[in-house]
Ligand binder design. Structure first.
Ligand SMILES: [Zn+2]
Length: 263
């Protein structure tokens, strides 16, 4: 994505775990500063023209004007060990379902994803490649498609985190994209996280969104219409309200795609 600061995200979500733990646990200070500047700019713009908003895919009380539309080319890659679900194989049909879920989740933002290609690669070392290693880089140098403004999703067993502003053909350029745990696709075996919203969450980071609890009660995700939240939400904590008082209206945004609650 051709943003000044962009992210590629990983998901650390072991099949035995019961909570989402995104690879982006330490949000870079540069990205937070970018979010604050963007928020400030939006406030000024809102004062002049009624405002515009992107990247709030699950906020029911948004009162912004019609969002701009933006199409993002999407390349989906499945790197698997063998042609079974346990071997991280995902059929083209299931990947297509995942793509549809992303478009449904982002429909209210004006952002849509144009599915350009699906690839399947049987390669055990690539499927299991650890973060920042030469194996992972080799995989992405081989599989990555499109330019910096295009999204590549890698559905495999392990993921990685990375961010920055990258020159074409730099290592960061090749690493740009999101790694998604293969069990989180719609209908997948990841209990409570199998509606395809993990890809929505990680793509949100790629687009520049932070977690709603990133800056605590006073910072949140630096977007005005996200209710304040001090801590991540796990499970289904209906009524959770970690930021109280007149300054912090609303309950915690447990339904926000960028939180950790069950899908
Ligand atoms: Zn995250």
């Amino acid at each position: 994505m051709r943003l000044q600061i962009s992210l590629s995200l990983s998901l650390i979500l072991a099949t035995t775990s019961v909570a989402r733990n995104c690879g982006n646990t330490q949000e870079p200070i540069e990205l937070i500063e970018q979010a604050i500047r963007f928020n400030s700019h939006n406030r000024q713009t809102a004062g002049q023209s009624g405002g515009a908003s992107i990247g709030r895919p699950n906020h029911e009380s948004s009162k912004t004007s019609t969002p701009r539309t933006q199409e993002v080319n999407l390349y989906m890659h499945n790197i698997y060990i063998n042609e079974t679900a346990a071997g991280a194989y995902i059929s083209e049909e299931d990947l297509t379902k995942q793509w549809r879920v992303m478009n449904e989740n982002y429909a209210s933002t004006g952002i849509s994803f144009v599915l350009k290609n699906i690839t399947h690669t049987q390669n055990k070392s690539w499927a299991l490649a650890i973060r920042n290693g030469t194996t992972e880089l080799k995989m992405k140098q081989t599989l990555r498609m499109g330019g910096y403004e295009d999204l590549n999703l890698y559905f495999r067993v392990l993921g990685r985190g990375f961010f920055g502003d990258f020159a074409p053909n730099s290592e960061g350029f090749w690493q740009d994209g999101c790694d998604i745990l293969h069990t989180t696709i719609p209908g997948g075996p990841q209990v409570n996280y199998n509606e395809g919203k993990t890809a929505t969450h990680e793509t949100g980071h790629w687009l520049g969104l932070l977690h709603p609890f990133s800056g605590g009660c006073r910072g949140g995700d630096y977007i005005d219409d996200t209710p304040a939240e001090e801590t991540a939400s796990y499970g289904c904590p209906v009524g959770k309200d970690t930021c109280r008082g007149d300054m912090f209206p609303g309950l915690d945004p447990i339904h926000n795609f960028m939180d950790y609650a069950y899908e």
